[in-house]
Design a protein around this ligand. Structure first.
Ligand code: FAD
Length: 462
């Protein structure tokens, strides 16, 4: 392959990079995208999508298992079995369909795709190690969308039975026992899924609570579910070593803990993927290990942008995509700036947690007088009809003018409410806007309306 040139070169074809490239292509920008591994990045190949597929399979299996015992629905069938190889094959099929779709969309947008690892030569040139040898790509603009990788524990590096989320999504069998180090959202999502699939799961967390970035009210229903699923939880515990099928740890009170485990899943965070990028050949400002960007995703060097996980928290696919769309439009000459009011986040735990905007604590920390209106799912018909009333919807609004500052939810199926939460905050909704909108019946959405009504002092169904 001979050397190439373009107006925009995108490094990394994850959700950030491929969206940048597609939007740029749509706008007629001559664009090349490079990836060393696979189109779709972490999200489509080893992150969001395969994890949600595994969670779905685990939920289906757990539902069958529940129905093989005496249950209020009157359903009976034999104890289910799982052919886990087939489950993983199905999950791989979902991934393949989506990554293939990304390839087709890039092609449709007339984006040139080069598979290989990119290294900066200088601010306008990148060398790419492809299967067919090294090529140089020169570009007027470069967008770094190189994402992130699982963080390793220095004293327990990945390898053998110590695995990252990537291996946890491709196991051949359900392990009899699984120790999860780190009770953030990735560890909990996968830990809960494997518990439902029949593994004996133990979670070890250094902090004194699960999902430390969420408030206790939101995590309480998840804690109750961990207990119901017989997942052992060791809080305030540091994992020390793993040998001969036993994970050892120490509590903050110096008590030793021994956990038998066939596999140890380490989910202690994600680190920016900058290795091999040749950042030494550039003069970028960094924000700790992340690439520092401004409100247009510009780095310290003219013509070099950075988006997605490599730029720091929140490390979420939809943030990367929104940044990518903006960068493509900037390169095409449009006036754009990062002016999003909110980036919703979802933990696909059981039950799911959704957050958008400010929590009550965060609003109060900003000295804002608030209305904190909570409506329990126990009073929602739809939740009752799907047998899951654990959870609530909470709206945080300004006391003076009722402007909605944040909406949070915890409950089975609440993930699908996230778009409405984001829309309400982005549109500057007041409690009255939500309360006066007809919400279809019977849905969990009605609980959002009821929370707004409650905030106004006249909830109907409580
Ligand atoms: P990535 O998706 O990481 O893509 C970066 C790409 O760049 C990769 O394909 C890599 O091969 C390529 N690359 C890196 N360096 C180079 C180089 N030098 N040359 C060429 N190519 C390079 N987020 C959500 O929003 N919702 C979820 O439910 C969710 N679930 C998750 C579950 C798991 C198990 C994990 C691990 C992550 C999850 N995430 C979720 C996070 C989400 O995957 C990331 O936020 C998202 O993928 C970041 O997108 P990105 O484009 O910045 O980078």
């Amino acid at each position: 392959m001979s050397d190439l040139s373009c107006k925009l070169l995108v490094i990394g074809a994850g959700p950030g990079g491929y969206v940048t490239a597609i939007r740029a292509g749509q706008l007629g920008v001559d664009t090349i995208i490079v990836d060393g591994e696979a189109l779709g990045g972490t999200c489509l190949n080893v992150g969001c999508i395969p994890s949600k597929a595994l969670i779905h399979a685990a939920d289906e299996f757990a539902a069958s298992a529940a129905h093989s015992k005496k249950n209020p629905l009157g359903i009976s069938h034999p104890k289910p079995k799982i052919d886990f190889k087939q489950t993983i094959k199905w999950k791989d099929g979902v991934v393949k369909q989506l990554t293939g779709g990304v390839g087709a969309l890039l092609k449709k947008a007339k984006v040139r795709t080069v598979m290989g690892w990119a290294t900066f030569v200088d601010g306008k040139t990148v060398s790419v190690a492809t299967d067919k040898g090294e090529i140089k790509i020169s570009a007027e603009n470069i967008c770094i969308a190189s994402g992130s990788t699982s963080t390793e524990l220095p004293h327990m590096p990945f390898g053998g039975d110590i695995i990252s989320s990537t291996e946890a999504l491709a196991l051949e069998t359900v392990p009899a026992s699984l120790a999860v180090i780190g009770a953030g959202y990735i560890g909990l999502e996968l830990g809960i899924a494997y518990a439902k699939l029949g593994a004996k799961v133990t979670i070890v967390e250094r902090e004194d609570r699960i999902l430390p970035i969420y408030d206790a009210a939101l995590t309480k229903p998840v804690l109750a579910r961990l207990k119901a699923l017989k997942i052992n939880l060791h809080l305030k515990t540091d994992a020390a070593a793993f040998a001969d099928g036993v994970l050892t740890g120490k509590t903050s009170g110096s008590k030793s803990v021994e956990i038998p485990a066939e596999k140890v899943l380490v989910t202690v965070g994600r680190s920016p993927q900058t290795k091999g990028l040749g950042l030494d050949n550039l003069v970028l400002d960094m924000d700790g290990p992340f690439i520092k960007i401004d409100d247009r995703c510009r780095t310290a060097m003219t013509g070099i942008y950075a988006i997605g996980d490599v730029t720091g928290e929140p490390m979420l696919a939809h943030r990367a995509m929104a940044q990518g769309e903006m960068v493509a439009e900037l390169v095409a000459g449009k006036a754009r700036v990062w002016d999003k009011a909110v980036i919703p986040a979802i933990c696909f735990t059981d039950p799911e947690i959704v957050t958008a905007g400010l929590s009550p604590d965060e609003a109060e920390a900003e000295n804002i007088e608030i209305i904190n209106a909570m409506f329990p799912l126990a009073a929602n018909g739809r939740s009752l009809a799907i047998e899951r009333t654990d959870g609530f919807i909470r709206i945080v609004a300004r006391k003076d003018n009722h402007l909605v500052l944040g909406i949070q939810a915890v409950g089975k199926g609440c993930a699908e409410l996230a778009s409405g939460f984001g829309l309400a905050i982005e549109m500057g909704a007041r409690l009255e806007d939500i309360a006066d909108t007809i919400h279809a019946h019977p849905t969990q959405g009605e609980a959002v309306q009821e929370a707004a009504l409650k905030g106004l002092g006249h909830a109907l169904h409580i």
